[in-house]
Design a protein around this ligand. Structure first.
Ligand SMILES: NC(=O)C1=CN([C@@H]2O[C@H](COP(=O)(O)OP(=O)(O)OC[C@H]3O[C@@H](n4cnc5c(N)ncnc54)[C@H](OP(=O)(O)O)[C@@H]3O)[C@@H](O)[C@H]2O)C=CC1
Ligand SMILES: O=C1O[C@H](COP(=O)(O)O)[C@@H](O)[C@H](O)[C@H]1O
Length: 596
């Protein structure tokens, strides 16, 4: 497995060396790095899938400098087991070295629903990117499964049209594509046929030969057939001597009851450890970086509470409507589509207490505590909207209900804003404002942290009456054009005393030459490695639905009409009143909104 796939194994220089390579920075002199991944046959891979990374190199330039540039390597190889780094014995090192070269295990990845949109748009390209980066195990094969009739050659042709080379990874790209496509196969079958899955199982076996067989099924299909597939795959195509894992795509139900029923259904055939509920926002680079920013920088963690933070804003906007997905969207709406999962997951990561370790269960335990501490969401703390048609510059943009798959009288919200609160000592009284919308003026996902005013600010006079302008704001721009910037006050150079607002800016495109991997790459690799940290555990899901279900039911029972907003606008004005109720101004709408 290549260095670029390695994720922070242990704190310290080894990790820094790894980070250095991952970041596209040149390696430190005289360093040699090896890594081994072992895929165990045991079902619970928290213990089974342990990873060893051994690095040898020269001494420290400056022992106090822990920067990537000063990265050096430890004297002894180390391993991470259950999140705890420790030294490995020579015997273990040799065993793993042999294992990494052996023919002992294989991984088969079956994309169920391979003919569909998500498979083509995200899953196959992500698998190719992992292959290009040498992140897939030595023995792997990829199967597409769907009802559509296709030959292997036709699948390869379909997949080849979806593959691209990264800007920084053009070298040998077409050969790599050819090699990758040779490892892709197709099996046509019904989703509720044990016989068809048994046939698939036979084909998988042919490719696995006598090796330990590890099987990953990606359910890229509509949710009403999840259980059929899980039943058939587990009965007729699961591994007999290795692990079997299933990635489940959202929606995980549409309320507490349907979600619990889905979980119960899945658990008839799988144990929780085999279920990988994907929320692709957790795989986004800057969401991953959220915890790093907070827990590895002394300047942030002490400020992370009601004492210093005035409000937190979680903002998602798209500059296109639901065109083509209206059928799905209408029975879900933006609250279920974005807020209950993507934004709430970010909120939980943002607000959680320090976990005991970076181990999946420790992080998920903390996230679930935050979710269970949330104050019930009140209808008066929510604003909903729906986009209407709009003509601008001679172009007419359709309204939501102009979509033929959407009922004319649909009340489904395409926009929502909400004020949420966490009833715990750290966050008591701090508004967490969420805003999500389709067909708005811009495409953006960001986290904004507005800090409190400086008490007794000596420079108060320089800000006029608008003290908000003087407060620090930390912005984590998840997409597009990833960046983390902190708004500070500074003096404008000169003999006078005039103040300015500036950004301390980590702009990813300027700092790193390496392209940022797609979220699906990270999550697929994690699922293959049995790393659950970025997947949703069932109790997290229950808590997330518990928060939103009463509100969703109330909106539906009262047939609350959404406020209409023009396609391409900034959304309903109600969102401003909601923020104002808590003395908040949306950071993304301020006149000095930062542009990189
Ligand atoms: N597309 C996206 O951007 C996103 C999708 N998702 C989720 O991922 C999953 C897959 O999404 P997507 O690829 O868009 O879905 P599609 O509607 O494209 O369906 C995937 C495949 O499933 C089969 N299928 C479709 N409808 C039915 C049906 N009613 N009964 C049986 N089989 C059917 C079709 O294959 P065939 O006819 O060949 O069997 C189709 O190619 C869904 O759960 C979706 O909610 C999540 C986030 C984003
Ligand atoms: O899950 C979903 O996410 C997409 C937005 O994902 P992004 O990675 O492109 O930001 C959204 O368009 C879709 O409605 C939703 O189901």
């Amino acid at each position: 497995m290549a260095l670029s796939c390695m994720r922070c194994p242990a704190a310290g220089p080894a990790a820094a060396a790894v980070a250095r390579r991952g970041a596209g920075l040149p390696p430190p002199p005289s360093s040699l790095a090896l890594s081994f991944a072992r895929y165990s046959g045991r079902r619970s891979t928290a213990a089974a899938g342990w990873r060893i990374e051994a690095v040898a190199g020269k001494g420290v330039k400056d022992p106090m400098d822990t920067s990537v540039e000063n990265a050096v390597t430890p004297a002894a190889p180390s391993k991470v087991e259950n999140g705890t780094p420790s030294a490995i014995t020579l015997e273990e090192f040799e065993d793993l070295s042999a294992l990494s070269k052996s023919d002992e295990s294989s991984v088969s990845i079956t994309v169920v629903g391979a003919s569909g949109d998500l498979a083509k748009k995200k899953i196959f390209p992500a698998l190719f990117a992992l292959y290009y980066e040498d992140c897939l195990p030595k023995h792997f094969s990829i199967f597409g499964y769907a009802r559509s009739k296709m030959t292997d050659a036709e699948l390869r042709d379909m997949v080849s049209k979806t593959l691209t080379c990264r800007i920084d990874k053009r070298e040998n790209c077409s050969e790599k594509m050819e090699e990758f496509l040779k490892r892709c196969f197709y099996h046509s079958g019904q989703y509720d046929s044990e016989e068809d899955f048994a046939e698939l199982g036979k084909k998988l076996k042919q490719h696995e030969g006598s090796k330990v067989s590890n099987r990953l099924f990606y359910l890229s299909i509509p949710p009403n057939i999840f259980l059929d597939v899980v039943k058939c795959a587990s009965k007729s195509a699961s591994s007999v001597n290795g692990w079997t894992r299933v990635i489940v795509e959202k929606p995980f139900g549409r309320d507490s009851e349907s979600s619990a029923a889905l979980t119960r259904g899945l658990k008839q055939y799988l144990v929780e450890d085999q279920i990988f509920r994907i929320d692709h926002y957790l795989g986004k680079e800057l969401v991953e970086n959220l915890s790093v920013l907070r827990f590895s920088n002394l300047v942030f963690e002490p400020l992370w509470s009601r004492q210093y933070i005035r409000n937190v804003q979680l903002i998602f906007s798209e500059d296109f409507g639901t065109e083509g997905r209206g059928g799905y969207f209408d029975s879900y709406g933006i609250i279920r589509d974005i807020m209950q999962n993507h934004l709430l997951q970010i909120l939980a990561l943002f607000a959680m207490e320090t976990p005991i370790s970076l181990e999946a269960e420790d992080i998920r335990n903390e996230k679930v505590k935050v979710l269970r501490s949330m104050k019930p969401l009140q209808l008066e703390d929510v604003v909903i909207g729906q986009y209407k048609g709009h003509t601008k510059g001679g172009t007419t943009y359709p309204g939501y209900t102009d979509d033929k798959t959407v009922p004319k009288d649909s009340l489904a919200p395409t926009f929502a804003a909400a004020a949420l609160f966490i009833n715990n000592a750290r966050w008591d009284g701090v508004p967490f404002l969420m805003k999500a919308g389709k067909a708005l003026h811009t495409k953006r996902a960001e986290i904004r942290v507005q800090f409190r005013h400086v008490p007794g600010n000596l420079y108060k006079g320089c800000f006029g009456t608008d003290l908000d302008r003087a407060t620090n704001e930390l912005v984590i721009r998840v997409q597009p054009d990833e960046a983390i910037y902190l708004k500070i006050n500074n003096k404008i150079p000169g003999l006078g005393m005039r103040l300015d607002r500036s950004n301390l800016n980590l702009h990813y495109a300027a700092r790193y030459s390496k392209e940022i991997p797609d979220a699906y790459e990270r999550l697929l690799l994690d699922a293959i490695e049995g790393e659950r940290r970025l997947f949703i555990r069932s109790d997290e899901l229950d808590a997330a639905w518990e928060l939103f279900t009463p509100l969703l039911k109330e909106l539906e029972q009262k047939r609350t009409a959404p406020e209409l907003y023009p396609y391409g606008s900034r959304g309903p004005v109600g969102a401003h009143y909601l923020a104002a109720k808590y003395n908040v101004r949306w950071g993304d709408l301020s006149s000095e909104h930062y542009k990189a």
